[in-house]
Design a protein around this ligand. Structure first.
Ligand code: FAD
Ligand code: NAG
Ligand code: NAG
Length: 577
């Protein structure tokens, strides 16, 4: 019996591979499938199901897959090679839908070096796209910092790097054309390819589409001649941060900011374009994206849970070792010898070492690999209009002053990370030039377990979203953040008109996308313990965990916030008097 068990375990272990698993898994060839995300757990901890999966290799096969679903009025949705979005965006509606993976649609279609245009299939991973562009002497001017995402997926959620210069930090600003497969009447064979050029009015819908318009088959990007960048990180105290944040992005093309609230320190990234003849072969290689030995990942998870159970800010603050040397940049790909770090755009803009780590039977992996019990994190990301950023940050400083050590729960190597994004013509893009804020913090792998200092993080998020009108990143966040989000997009109704034309039966829409777009239902799920899971904002103690001492209470600086706060019986009485 025991030997059998051991044997089974060994087989499972050997069957593993180190590159991340496919988020689509079918128990029966191409049918009876489940879809998850890169971490193996959507924001609502659900797993979604699909009746079947398709892996088209060509646009023709893609067209056939969409036609099949449309003819049967079956729900359908795209999943990608890794599917990194936190909410269940990649889930087809219901349980009987089709999931179309773009994993095999990852070729270069065309490069026009003269016109600096690159056309790729939508499943191409950002890392490959950057490499292909560089090989042709071209540069993608801006991109997300994590290169393990696909062009189709990152466009769908409005993903970005950081810049207020030129077209700005969002990747959809560099799209000058795309081909999208949408459902069509029977007379047209149930599916058609629509080609949207730079001046096509629907491009503003299709550039950031949440995947509800159809399947993007190919994307054409306007690139620039290869260039180099020169990066220096400048640490300062935070005394003038609120004003600096509004100015810094205008001063440096690739500016960003990391704020360590617990230390009252700010690290400004001074990052500008320099001539390609400037010496230097720098490299950005973010350590959180390295491939790590499985036992180290497991140890990291154990340590995370230990600090969480300790519950004091002090435990996390003492673990806060901010890597100051080089900030994950090296001057030559090996070692950091000093600022500035000068290097080619394609080596500086994004990193993602773990995605193409060798297949070694799961001895090494990305730290979030769902097959290894390592640490698990939430990423909340939202943008605040630049004009409101100083007041917002001053409020966050007030919140910090009440309990600085509580802020150590924000992962200490990054703290509060801030990037710049420009206003966009995309209907679901940013309406104003903005500062974009990321918060990374512990997520329990068990549902319903309260987090230490969750009241502070939740107040901060509610303050941003509701007092300062912040827009949540479509690909990150917990459910509650999307409550009322669509009403903040002045052009949402134009987006919905295009959706009605492209997909009148809503086969590309799901329960979740209908909630996001305000079509049906609300993004919040109100139930027992929902605020602990980030599914709702609490309005009743039962939405927290009263049996564990967590009660629904107002925020401390933004008193309209409602957060789950921990009380021992004694502190509860004194707080209420
Ligand atoms: C570790 C990490 C780092 C990140 N870093 C950044 C960052 O620096 N900047 C940033 O802005 N974001 C960042 N993100 C968020 C990320 O950009 C989004 O989650 C992005 O959507 C992921 O792309 P994906 O290819 O994994 O798409 P998925 O999550 O698989 O898909 C997203 C949506 O796009 C749809 N879709 C995908 N392809 C197509 C297609 N061809 N046609 C139509 N619809 C399609 C899917 O159906 C789904 O609705 C990060 C996320 C993680 C986990
Ligand atoms: C497409 O994906 C395959 C499999 O992951 C990979 O080997 C190949 O290099 C990718 N192609 C391009 C052009 O990046
Ligand atoms: C929590 O961590 C702090 C700092 O590391 C330590 O002094 C304290 O003893 C820990 N408490 C518990 C209950 O583990």
């Amino acid at each position: 019996m025991h030997i059998l068990l051991l044997l089974v375990l060994t087989i499972i272990r050997l069957a593993g591979s180190s590159p991340p698993p496919d988020p689509v898994w079918c128990s029966n060839g191409m049918s009876d499938c489940t879809v998850t995300n890169a971490g193996g757990s959507f924001s609502d901890r659900g797993i979604c199901r699909a009746a079947n999966a398709a892996y088209p290799r060509t646009e023709q096969e893609l067209l056939a897959a969409v036609a099949d679903a449309a003819a049967a009025k079956r729900k359908v949705k795209v999943a990608t090679r890794y599917s990194h979005s936190f909410t269940p965006l990649a889930c087809p509606g219901g349980r009987d839908g089709t999931v179309i993976s773009t994993r095999r649609l990852n070729r270069t279609v065309r490069i026009d070096a003269q016109k600096r245009l690159l056309t790729v299939e939508s499943g191409m991973v950002l890392k490959d796209l950057i490499r292909v562009a560089a090989a042709a002497g071209l540069a993608l001017p801006n991109s997300p910092y994590w290169s393990g995402i696909t062009i189709g997926g990152l466009l769908a959620t409005g993903a970005h790097g950081s810049s207020l210069w030129g077209k700005g930090g969002a990747m959809h600003e560099y799209v000058v054309g795309l081909r999208i497969v949408t459902p069509a009447p029977a007379s047209h064979g149930f599916a058609v390819v629509r080609e949207l050029g730079a001046d096509h009015p629907d491009l503003d819908a299709a550039k950031v589409s949440l995947g509800v318009l159809g399947v993007i088959s190919q994307v054409t990007l306007a690139l620039q001649p290869q260039f180099k960048r020169s990066v220096t990180f400048v640490p300062r105290d935070e005394s003038d941060m609120a004003e600096q944040v509004a100015l810094w992005g205008a001063l440096h093309e690739f500016a960003d900011i990391s704020w360590l609230p617990q230390d009252r320190k700010v690290i400004y990234r001074e990052d500008n374009r320099v001539d390609v003849s400037t010496p230097g072969n720098g490299l950005f290689d973010f350590h959180a994206f390295w491939s790590l030995p499985a036992d180290q990942i497991i140890a990291m998870g154990v340590e995370e849970r230990r600090m969480e159970e300790n519950g004091t800010g002090a435990a996390r603050c003492s673990a806060a070792k901010y890597e100051r040397q080089g900030h994950f940049f090296t001057n030559d790909g090996v070692s950091f010898t000093g600022y500035p770090v000068v290097g080619y755009q394609h080596r500086m803009q994004a990193s993602g070492a773990c995605i193409d780590s060798p297949d070694d039977g799961l001895q090494t992996a990305c730290f979030w690999d769902p097959r290894i019990r390592g640490p698990s994190a939430y990423i909340s990301g939202f943008s605040v209009a630049l004009s409101r950023a100083p007041a917002f940050l001053a409020d966050v400083q007030r919140l910090r002053d009440l309990d600085p050590t509580a802020f150590c729960v924000l992962h200490s190597s990054i703290g509060v990370s801030m990037r710049y994004v420009r206003a966009s013509s995309a209907f679901l893009g940013k309406a104003e030039d903005s500062i974009y804020v990321d918060l990374v913090y512990y997520r329990s792998d068990k549902p319903g377990v309260p987090r230490a200092h969750a009241d502070m993080v939740d107040e901060l998020e509610q303050m941003a979203l509701h007092k300062y009108g912040a827009l949540p990143h479509w690909g990150k966040n917990r459910n509650f953040a999307f409550e009322g989000a669509i009403a903040k997009y002045p052009k949402a109704s134009e987006f919905l008109k295009v959706k009605d034309r492209y997909d009148p039966d809503g086969i590309f829409s799901s329960e979740w996308s209908d909630r996001l777009l305000g079509i049906k239902g609300s993004p919040s799920i109100v139930e027992k313990g929902c605020a602990i899971e980030g599914l709702c904002v609490c309005s009743d103690d039962s939405h927290c965990a009263p049996e564990l001492g967590y009660f629904c209470r107002p925020g401390k600086v933004y008193t309209e916030a409602r957060v789950c706060r921990f009380y021992t019986p004694a502190t509860r009485i004194s707080d209420e008097l």
